[in-house]
Write a protein that binds this ligand. Structure first.
Ligand code: PLP
Length: 397
């Protein structure tokens, strides 16, 4: 049978994730060490795992309400208010989803009509552009630059807004660059969103992994959520989940907070496509939120020192690299070695058996870069960087 002609043509023309494509190569080789996958190197905290086990022991193997357990939504409401300074009603403004991935997809499908323009900053998480296409929207990427520390500026946003612009996607701290916006930039972006009647998705999956550093003037840059700025809650979908800060990727649990009419529209799609998130994962998430910062802080401290180690090593190798302010990725520019990101990653893998992700997986703006995840053990990081130094030293100058 000619399967290609049977398949949805939009799907046929979608590229496979650059990360997956690369890791298929990795899986076919042996003895590889990896800075590739964006996943914590440790299991979820014990209290969290125990809550899931206890849920199963009690025989909780049923569906939950479509929106998710009310007890979890109440915990989320309290948590988001204390972390991001914006309050959402547990009853009708929060929906529990299968990861941020599902929340993001639901939000797009609930809002996008064919041809609506959806703006995002690039380099960005691999699924943004394909998800927009699958929702029949038009992706509009704004390239951010190393000179601007990969921060989106209000001026850059202004330059792409048209009459068809409907949604703006923000992700700070950013995967893959670790960028975080200043209050001034965020306020400028909020002003434009209001003036142009944009709906904003703020993907804050790395919010807890912000290494709030003192600025040159001694002030601390606060990690603001755009949802908390005046006039923004009513036009913002706040997306968050448990995969990164709580090391719970396999639990597949996320959530969206939004005005009730939007949550309701997302819920309609969710109830027909997913029904609900797994009950034992929801029980584990309640425990995670109860533990909060106490559970996160040891992991965060480890990431922080690994980040410092990695950035110093890149600088010593002569690679330009912005100090990432959050998440657990570094995004060094490798084009100064004479190789673009993809070539660099392939040769490095082939010759030194270390996997890093070519920056172009995160959009065209990432072509000169590679992404290295520092949520790996110090042993792996040291060995990988050692090999990278040898690799670069042997490249023709
Ligand atoms: N958003 C960003 C920015 C991510 O980096 C990821 C995963 O890497 C996701 C969403 C998806 O997360 P989840 O595991 O909650 O589906």
């Amino acid at each position: 049978m000619d399967y290609q002609s049977k398949l949805n043509q939009e799907v046929v023309s979608l590229p496979k994730s650059g990360i997956r494509e690369f890791f298929e190569l990795v899986n076919n080789s042996s003895d590889i060490i990896s800075l590739g996958v964006g996943e914590p190197d440790c299991p979820a905290p014990w209290d969290v795992r125990e809550a899931a086990i206890y849920s199963l022991e009690k025989g909780e193997t049923s569906y939950t309400s479509n929106l998710g357990l009310l007890e979890l939504r109440k915990e989320i409401s309290t948590y988001v208010e204390s972390e991001a300074d914006v309050s959402y009603r547990a009853e009708d403004e929060i929906i529990i989803t299968v990861g941020v991935s599902e929340a993001f997809d639901l939000a797009l499908r609930a809002l996008v009509n064919e041809g609506d323009e959806v703006i995002y900053h690039e380099p960005c998480y691999v699924s943004y552009s394909p998800s927009i296409v699958m929702a029949k929207g038009v992706p509009v990427g704004i390239k951010t630059t190393i000179e601007d520390k990969f921060e989106l500026t209000p001026e850059a946003l202004q330059s792409v807004i048209t009459a068809k612009s409907k949604i703006l996607i923000l992700n700070f701290p950013t995967n893959p660059t670790g960028a975080v916006l200043s209050r001034e930039s965020l306020e400028g972006i909020a002003k434009l969103a209001i003036e142009n009647d944009l709906i904003v998705f703020t993907d804050e999956i790395y919010r807890e992994l912000y290494y709030s550093e003192e600025q040159a003037d001694g002030s601390i840059k606060p990690l603001l959520s755009i949802a908390s700025l005046p006039g923004m809650k009513e036009r913002t979908i706040f997306l968050h989940g448990f995969s990164k800060a709580f090391a719970m990727t396999g639990f597949r649990l996320g959530f969206a907070c939004a005005p009730a009419p939007i949550t309701d529209a997302m819920m309609k799609i969710h109830q027909y496509s997913m029904l609900c998130a797994p009950i034992m994962s929801q029980r584990a998430a309640i425990e995670a939120l109860k533990g909060g910062r106490k559970l996160i802080s040891p992991m965060k401290q480890r990431y922080h020192s690994r980040r410092d180690f990695m950035i110093k090593a890149f600088h010593e190798m002569g690679l330009e690299c912005v100090v990432p302010e959050g998440a657990f990725y570094a995004f060094p520019k490798v084009s100064s070695t004479g190789l673009m990101g993809k070539e660099f990653a392939l040769k490095f893998l082939e010759q030194y058996k270390v996997a890093v992700v070519p920056g172009e997986a995160f959009g065209e703006a990432g072509q000169e870069y590679i992404r290295c995840c520092y949520a790996e053990s110090m042993e792996v990081i040291k060995e990988a960087l050692d090999r990278m130094k040898q690799f670069i030293d042997k490249l023709p100058s």
